[in-house]
Design a binder for this molecule. Sequence first.
Ligand SMILES: Nc1ncnc2c1ncn2[C@@H]1O[C@H](COP(=O)(O)OP(=O)(O)OP(=O)(O)O)[C@@H](O)[C@H]1O
Ligand SMILES: [Mg+2]
Length: 368
Amino acid sequence: MGFLETLAEKIPFLTSNKLIGVDIGSFAIKIAEVVQKGNEYVLTTACYAELPPTTIVEGSIMNSAAVTDTLIELIAECGIKVKQVATSVGGSSVIVKQIMVPNMTPDELDEQITWEAEQHITFSVDEVNLAYHIIGESEVEPGKMDIILVAAKRDMISDYTTVLYEAGLTPVVIDIDAFAVMNVFEVNYPEEMENVVALVNIGASFTNVNIIKNGIPIVVRDFTIGSNSYTEEIQKNLGVSADEAEKLKRGDTESESGEEVISQEVVEIIDSVSEIIAGEISRTIDFYSVSHAEEKITKIMLSGGGTLTPGLQRIIEEKTDISTHFLNPFRNIKVAENLVSNKPEIVTKYAPMMAVPVGLALRRRDDS
Ligand SMILES: Nc1ncnc2c1ncn2[C@@H]1O[C@H](COP(=O)(O)OP(=O)(O)OP(=O)(O)O)[C@@H](O)[C@H]1O
Ligand SMILES: [Mg+2]
């Protein structure tokens, strides 16, 4: 299912449907290519490179040259030939809402969508790109239909597409992070499709929550707390550098500050941030539950680098009282032999961070 306005219509000479998924995260850029042979999916390319600190802050690209340079290096290092890209944006510049509109034809809706959006989003409609997806006839109000409305700030989309062009790539699909995670979930957990599942992707700056059923997003919310909050709290409370705080967060403490006293303190700081993240997830779940009391969420599925934080999964499970699991992006996607031997960390250490790029790589031109 494709949602966001793609650039493809504006670039008619692009006919190949080969594309790579490029996830420009604030912590790291991730690239994936997935080849489909019948029902089988194979991950053929996977690359990862961290960005210098403050290159991207709260979703805004502050240093576009650093992003472009890192992209160019990654393309060379991974030997990427495909130029067409599916990418995604997220955070507070994106709003996704399920809304009800009077029954009308798609053509009529195309004309009406700006007016409808004005009633439901806090951004000015002049500064956003709008997209929608018709779910179907409303069950609660006859004569109306449910649609999913997506609004993403145009400036931000333009910043993300510009760095891709500068690196010699052509963005053909612009998605949002939460939908990319949904793509990767659908391919890997088809047996879960009829259940209500909360997909939670915890990155460095943001957490994307998408509560879905039958491949339809019901509640989508991004909040601006992510794994950076751990690093910042450790830095502030222990008076250490950002690098040291990052190591402490990950448990890499052998040399500098490995003393027992600090590690207990670190555990407490980490748990207190985990409580805040779990609290926000829980609030989103409550928001869903108010209007969908009869259909309980069966599972929470975690992805993103932030989910590697020790104790976080347990704290989310305790706070929400919903069984919480790690989403394996490679459960139904084979990893090409050469990647397994050359980059084993892609399917192990980095696997949670590959959910978004793999979800993007699963998009096809004719999918939008
Ligand atoms: N082993 C680990 N333990 C704890 N945290 C980790 C580990 N490895 C990576 N992280 C954290 O995961 C985060 C990166 O995750 P991810 O790649 O999903 O974020 P991103 O997509 O770059 O960020 P965003 O989408 O929020 O802009 C970083 O904050 C990093 O510190
Ligand atoms: Mg991310």
